[in-house]
Design a protein around this ligand. Structure first.
Ligand code: KIV
Length: 262
């Protein structure tokens, strides 16, 4: 999957699917399902590292997981998520760190924000690195919002989101993630932009959808936002398996002869 192919799906009205992955095992499974793009999301701070938010995730940690995903991927587009403070302080930081993601095997990077980061997006795309934007409930700004809250419900906020989206497109972003905004606003943005919109909690009218893999699989249930649909219940399955294993070892039922060497 190349960037032009990814973008063509909007023109062809073929919905795009994106999920997060952080390791080789799940990358291979995601690919077998035919998912178009894998986001190595800084959500790993929450679902892998057990932190309350994504703010403490470092470039080194992101690069490590990007290498695991890129090493296993065959066809899907790999997008590296630029962590907090890897692009905010200066244009130079933004370019250098985006470049490190490509050296780790990603084909594109994602960063959060609108007008405030437009010059970063232009600078990174200017040196040939594709950038995905991210608007709405941007988790790196969680403290400014006072929690994970739906954005763009007021008309002035909605207007700002529209101008941010257009500015990102003009700066060269190849797609934009829209997180936790009203479905009607996401529909307007999707119609007004020529680049694909990828929704998460942004309703059905986006050009594609993204979910955190462990939410989708029902593995992570510490906090399940309204927009998550668990398509499996792997935490329940894992618990059942582990409890059964413990019981069978304790009762002398495992291992049996067929799991033993002679
Ligand atoms: O970090 C992440 O996983 C993300 C997606 C939820 C869009 O940014």
């Amino acid at each position: 999957m190349t960037i032009p192919e990814f973008q063509r799906q909007k023109r062809d009205k073929k919905k795009l699917t994106v999920v997060t992955a952080y390791d080789a095992l799940f990358t291979r499974i995601v690919e077998q399902a035919g998912i178009e793009a894998i986001l190595v999301g800084d959500s790993l701070g929450v679902v892998v590292q057990g932190q309350a938010n994504t703010l403490s995730v470092t470039m080194e940690e992101m690069l490590y997981h990007t290498k695991l995903v890129a090493g296993a991927v065959q066809r899907a587009l790999v997008i590296g998520d630029m962590p907090f403070m890897s692009y905010q302080a200066s244009q130079e930081d933004a370019i250098r760190n985006a470049g490190r993601f490509l050296q780790a095997g990603a084909q594109a990077v994602k960063l959060e924000g609108g007008a405030a980061v437009v010059d970063r997006v232009a600078a990174i795309t200017g040196i040939g690195i594709p950038v995905m934007g991210h608007l709405g409930m941007t988790p790196q700004s969680v403290h400014r919002y006072g929690g994970y809250k739906v954005q763009g419900k007021e008309s002035d906020q909605a207007r700002l989101l529209l101008s941010d989206a257009k500015a990102l497109e003009a700066a060269g972003a190849f797609a934009i993630v829209l997180e936790a905004i009203p479905a009607e606003l996401a529909k307007t943005l999707t119609e007004q932009l020529t680049i694909p919109t990828i929704g998460i909690g942004a309703g059905p009218y986006c050009d594609g959808q993204v979910l955190v893999l462990y939410d989708l699989l029902g593995l992570f249930d510490d906090f399940v936002p309204k927009f998550v649909k668990p398509y499996a219940h792997l935490k329940t399955d894992a618990l059942q398996a582990l409890r059964r294993y413990k019981e069978e070892v304790e009762q002398g039922k495992f291992p049996t002869d067929s799991e033993s060497y002679h």
